[in-house]
Design a protein around this ligand. Structure first.
Ligand SMILES: *Cc1c(COP(=O)(O)O)cnc(C)c1O
Length: 397
């Protein structure tokens, strides 16, 4: 040990406007600090039942199998793939950003064979390419795609992709990590089969949990597996003994008690606000932020019709150094925005308006900070224009 005495850790108070985690509502932080009780305590079990019901509301589903996995969004992804993909299975993966490549990794590690349908970064999944891939690979039974690509801010048509998959006898695995709570995700109406999400994006909870929901088609495929699920921990049929024991729940693993209090509170907040209102709020603040970016001469990367309100990718102006601006935002403003991932590193910023972060204070703060920093770096935008443009959008409300 280099230090003779290490003291309690006190993080700085940041404003989180990156690709997640987003700002956590203080009510959730308070819920996390409530007394820890046993994970089979009857009081805890009735809270778990409420979490499942509230998740059904968030996902707009009546699926019996709806629960949070005790690990982050990546584990929700892995839960879907390890339970549904058996060795030798062919899987079509739509890739239009970073997370499609993660799906490829998952399929290969399950011993499956991936067929990639690639689209340019920053664009939605192209339905014609999906249809062509389904037609040329009639032996495929699973199709996976990302509803909201956090690496670029593009949204794809989950309902239309799933319809194509079903018309060709395939079930879908859908990543809704960034979409849930920010834009419509209608699991039952759109007939999505195996769906996973995360807690630290538009649900504004702490990271570390991953809600999933499986419909009967997905559960049927799981029940008819010829081989055991490769993962003991993520095996849905074992997990259900704990999450759905019908009154007599069996120990599977110790649930993350306090994080689940946090998720419960986050879902109560979402339910009280109402999904439609949450979607409209993300849209409103996106419109204000966009007006500010336009005043600053910052260009949004994704075409309007394919743009997510909660994740705004903008091109970094010529001559401006990515890391310098982000460091100043963090050091001088305690404001975190996201860098480009993979092939867009250094080329764009990703500015998140997720959950509790989707509010007027954050929009105006981010615009004025960027305006000041870019002004110092020689931008010709007159000071105050970006905030004025965003305020104009709010005034029209
Ligand atoms: C954040 C994210 C994930 C991974 O979630 P973690 O909680 O970081 O494991 C997966 N898919 C998408 C689209 C994401 O945005």
């Amino acid at each position: 040990m280099t230090n003779s005495r290490i003291e309690s850790f006190h993080p700085p108070q940041r404003t989180l406007m990156g690709p997640g985690p987003s700002d956590v509502n203080p009510r959730i932080l308070e819920a996390l600090s409530r007394p820890t009780i046993g994970h089979l305590d009857p009081e805890f079990i009735s809270m778990m039942d409420e979490v499942k019901d509230l998740l059904r509301y968030a996902f707009q589903t009546n699926n019996e199998v709806t629960m949070p996995i005790s690990a982050p969004g990546s584990a929700g992804m892995e839960t879907c793939f390890t339970n549904l993909v058996e060795p030798g299975d062919k899987v079509i993966i739509c890739r239009n950003g970073v997370f499609g490549s993660r799906m490829l990794e998952n399929v290969e590690r399950c011993g499956g064979e991936a067929i990639m349908v690639d689209d340019p970064w920053g664009r939605a999944v192209d339905l014609e390419k999906v249809e062509a891939a389904l037609k040329t690979n009639p032996d495929v039974r699973i199709l996976a795609f990302v509803h909201a690509e956090t690496s670029t801010g593009a949204i794809s048509d989950a309902q239309a992709i799933t319809k194509l998959a079903h018309d060709n006898d395939c079930i879908t695995i859908v990543d809704t990590v960034t979409s849930l709570g920010g834009v419509p995700v209608k699991v039952d109406e759109w007939e999505l089969d195996a769906v996973y999400s995360g807690t630290q994006k538009c649900l504004s909870c702490i990271p570390g949990l991953s809600p999933v929901t499986f419909n009967d088609r997905a559960m049927e495929k799981i029940k008819n597996r010829k081989t055991k699920c490769q993962s003991w921990f993520l095996d849905v049929s074992l997990m259900l003994g704990y999450w759905d024991g019908g009154g007599k729940r069996a120990y599977h693993h110790t649930a993350p008690i306090n994080p689940l209090y946090g998720l419960h509170e986050a879902l109560v907040l979402l339910h009280d606000e109402g999904l439609e209102n949450a979607w409209a709020r993300h849209r409103l603040h996106h419109n204000a932020l966009k007006a500010g970016f336009e005043a600053l001469g910052l260009e949004l990367v994704v075409p309007e019709a394919e743009r997510l309100p909660q994740l705004n990718a903008v091109s970094i102006p010529d001559g401006v150094e990515d890391a310098v601006v982000r460091k100043q935002l963090l050091d001088a403003y305690n404001l975190e925005i996201g860098a480009g991932l993979g092939e867009s590193a250094g080329k764009l910023w990703r500015i998140g308006l997720m959950g509790y972060s989707a509010k007027r204070d954050n929009v105006l703060y981010c615009l004025s900070a960027l305006e000041a920093i870019l002004g110092d770096l020689g931008s010709s935008t007159p000071r105050g224009k970006a905030v004025e443009a965003a305020s104009g959008v709010y005034k029209k409300q």
